[in-house]
Write a protein that binds this ligand. Structure first.
Ligand SMILES: [Zn+2]
Length: 477
């Protein structure tokens, strides 16, 4: 019987990795083996340590990877898989491949920096501490990627084919519809990857790419994410509040600092600022986008105009590339980044990392957190224990570069920018299904989120829903 094994994103939101094996019998004969996503475990040490464990089947025996999107928790283990001997093809959309060509080498670079840091401090139990993979290894693995068009069926083996359908999560993101033909039976498996917002405009404004995952799906087995299984997004438009916060900060002569992920979130925020400026809701203060990766990501967005929402397409038609917008400065080099600090007038600074775990945002916050005229706005999830969570929680001080920096600036958080559907949106999407899946496995959620969504789906839809467990192997009946 074919089976699926959950090698990650089970009991947590990172490390997405689901193995399909088309045949398996007691003689140990292996069928065609494909991994849906190959993500990095992030966050708590207990999870990160799993990045160092081998896959339960040797990497060289895995025939292919189908990649839903370019977030590291879905693609960040690919260089390691290749390092372990994988030599198959990695199927993804062209936009996902373009983003991976930026995101993966950057991840390798960070792994190298981490190892160097531990070696300098002697803070690793391994001597010498090694990177999970290097920047060069990450660049090298890109040769295994193969671009696949959305909705085009791809035959991987006589018994397994797949096609991508839109997930509307970030640029290039897709769900994988897998068709298995074994034992004279045909079964449809749907792996959602991350699911984008179902509705647009007022409740999820500022989206650059299409809103709304593919409707009318059907599946015998549904493997679905549950990140927001126990949380609901605010149903208010964030623009009036954002405009008011910015106006008040500018009036008192302060700066606005926005920690944001370089891919998707920064682009979304930049588009919204432009809209607010052009409609006269905020003053035309300088905007600095201080992230080399965000600049590369903007270039990739410009290349994939087919994914824009009508609003994003309109903005670009009217005002051209964001990289050329008057008053918007994209800082690429360290020199350009330092110059932002010479600016003594009110401005808006967007920089990464989104959870203030590292990157150029540290310099901007170290300099601006002590001044009550300034404003820090969070537009993304802050994992417990990160500097972002400490600042968002309005602690009196936060440690940056080994020193305690007092938090006197105003701190605000807007929760509407999420790129994940929440429970009402998920139900709305699931109700478009043609027929009831035989079984649904919930992945990619903290235990409380997954179990709450399971209960909700049972109650509202009467579906057979189970929360997937780490390393659990389930037969495809
Ligand atoms: Zn994602």
């Amino acid at each position: 019987m074919p089976y699926i094994q959950f090698l990650g994103a089970a009991g947590t939101v990172t490390g997405s990795k689901h193995l399909i094996n088309t045949t398996y019998d007691s003689s140990g004969a292996q069928g065609y083996q494909v991994l849906i996503d190959c993500g990095l475990f992030q966050g708590q040490k207990e999870w990160r340590e799993r990045n160092w464990q081998d896959t339960p089947v040797p990497a060289r025996e895995i025939d292919a990877v189908i990649l839903t999107h370019a977030h590291l928790d879905h693609c960040g283990w690919i260089p390691r898989l290749v390092k372990e001997g994988f030599q198959g093809q990695i199927y993804a959309t062209q936009a996902t491949i373009d983003l991976c060509s930026v995101v993966l080498p950057d991840s390798g670079h960070l792994q190298e920096e981490d190892a160097a840091f531990h070696n300098k401090k002697g803070s690793s139990k391994h001597s010498p501490a090694l990177p999970l993979y290097t920047q060069e290894e990450a660049e090298d693995c890109l040769k295994y990627f193969k671009a696949v068009e959305i909705e085009k069926p791809i035959e991987l083996s006589p018994e397994l084919s797949f096609r991508f359908v839109r997930a509307a999560h970030i640029l290039g993101s897709c769900m994988a519809e897998v068709t298995l033909r074994t034992d004279g039976q045909m079964r449809r498996l749907l792996f959602t990857g991350d699911i984008g917002r179902v509705r647009d405009n007022q409740v999820a404004p500022g989206k650059v790419v299409h809103s709304g995952p593919q409707e009318g799906e059907s599946a015998d087995v549904l493997v679905m994410e549950s990140t927001y299984g126990n949380r609901q997004h605010p149903d208010t438009d964030p623009r009036p509040e954002l405009a008011r916060l910015i106006r008040e900060t500018v009036q008192r002569g302060g700066n606005v600092v926005v920690p944001a992920f370089a891919v998707e979130r920064t682009q979304k925020f930049v588009f919204m600022l432009k809209e607010l400026m052009e409609s006269g809701q905020i003053p035309r203060v300088p905007v600095f986008c201080d992230s080399p990766m965000a600049i590369k990501a903007v270039q990739i967005y410009l290349k994939h105009a087919e994914e824009y929402t009508p609003q994003a397409a309109d903005l670009i038609k009217k005002y051209g590339s964001p990289l050329g917008w008057a008053g918007f400065t994209f800082a690429s080099t360290a020199e350009e980044s330092k110059k932002i600090n010479d600016n003594k007038f009110p401005s808006i600074i967007i920089s990464s990392s989104g959870m203030v775990t590292g990157g150029r945002i540290l310099h901007h916050l170290a300099q601006r957190l002590p001044d009550p005229r300034n404003l820090v706005i969070f537009i993304g999830f802050q994992a417990p224990g990160t500097r972002g969570a400490i600042i968002k929680g309005r602690a009196p001080e936060v440690k940056i570069f080994g020193e305690f920096v007092p938090i006197r600036a105003q701190v605000a958080a807007l929760e509407q920018f999420s790129d994940h559907a929440d429970p009402p949106e998920l139900l709305e999407w699931l109700r478009t299904f043609k027929g009831t899946p035989g079984v649904t496995y919930l992945v990619h959620g903290e235990p409380a989120a997954s179990s709450q969504l399971r209960d909700l789906m049972k109650k509202e839809l009467s579906w057979n829903v189970q929360v997937a467990e780490y390393m659990e192997r389930v037969g495809v009946k």
